[in-house]
Design a protein around this ligand. Structure first.
Ligand SMILES: [Zn+2]
Length: 288
């Protein structure tokens, strides 16, 4: 219920401010131009902040726990006075994002990929000290224009979970050519479904398969590389959805409803993640 109330409030706020023209701007030294995006659009697909950890599924105490936080970003762009609270809750300015990335290396963190995590569990490949994964959801154009150059600057890899329907037809989203550029720069492109539905509400297995396996097929056709990571839209899933994600050929899947800051081998299709804090002090506190 908390989840739905939050979404309703988010929607109402977004509906009130949605459509307000945001000034077009570019940040110094970064590529532009920035696409116009209404506040309504930017928060429509954003996952609600994780609920307190009280109801997180329990894991057998014998399971080895690996401390490996997974960060989730949605919007990285300059802030505007007209930004709604809903946007402010999930957005980082390029300056804040840059500072957060710098802090990670200063604090001894090592950015790894989902593939590194999968290999660690499947082939016992070693991970560096203080590993951390960076990921982005929804495929907004601002991620390409602002976050991608900063990731390259810091020589980090990150995973971009995109849903395929708006790609190439909605200018607010990263294009196929841009995704290919990101792929060539070492970024992971993962699937976030075709239409970003609540997968748990889809009762038709054919529709569900199309969202999960169909999106993978489309991405692989366009990008020419295996797409092996999935992120559940709105962080929603159940055992039959998890089974279908596995059957589709994905190697891992990321949720975001529970944050424990650690992973276990038994939860490769329920990877633990958190929305990144929106300022540097909170970020430092979360990742000492
Ligand atoms: Zn999403």
């Amino acid at each position: 219920m908390r989840h739905h109330s939050y979404l309703l409030i988010t929607f109402l706020i977004a509906a009130i401010v949605g459509g307000v023209a945001l000034p077009i701007d570019t940040a110094d030294g970064l590529t532009g131009p920035v696409e116009f995006v209404s506040a309504n659009d930017e928060t429509r697909y954003a996952e609600a902040p994780p609920a307190p950890d009280l109801s997180a599924p329990s894991v057998a105490s014998s399971a080895a726990k690996l401390k490996l936080p997974i960060l989730v970003y949605h919007i990285v762009r300059p802030s505007f006075p007209s930004d709604s609270q809903a946007v402010k809750n999930i957005a980082q300015t390029p300056e804040v994002f840059d500072a957060q990335m710098q802090y990670l290396s200063d604090a001894g963190y090592h950015v790894v990929s989902f593939g590194d995590l999968e290999n660690h569990y499947r082939s016992e490949a070693a991970l560096p000290d203080k590993p951390i994964i960076i990921s982005f959801d929804d495929g907004w154009s601002n991620q390409f224009h602002y976050a991608f150059p900063l990731l390259k600057k810091h020589r980090y890899t990150a995973a971009f979970f995109v849903f395929t329907n708006p790609i190439g037809s909605n200018k607010n989203f990263i294009t196929w050519d841009e995704l290919r550029e990101m792929r060539d720069a070492g970024m992971t492109i993962g699937s976030h479904s075709r239409s970003h539905p609540y997968l748990t509400t889809l009762s038709d297995p054919t529709k569900l398969w199309n969202e999960i396996a169909g999106s993978k097929e489309r991405l692989e056709k366009e990008l020419g590389v295996p797409v092996t990571e999935f992120a559940y839209p709105f962080g929603q899933y159940n055992p039959s959805i998890v089974a279908m994600v596995e059957k589709s050929g994905y190697k891992s899947a990321r949720g975001d409803r529970y944050y424990r800051g650690e992973q276990t081998a038994s939860r490769l299709f329920d990877l633990d993640a958190m929305n990144a804090p929106t300022d540097l002090p909170a970020f430092k506190q979360k990742f000492p």
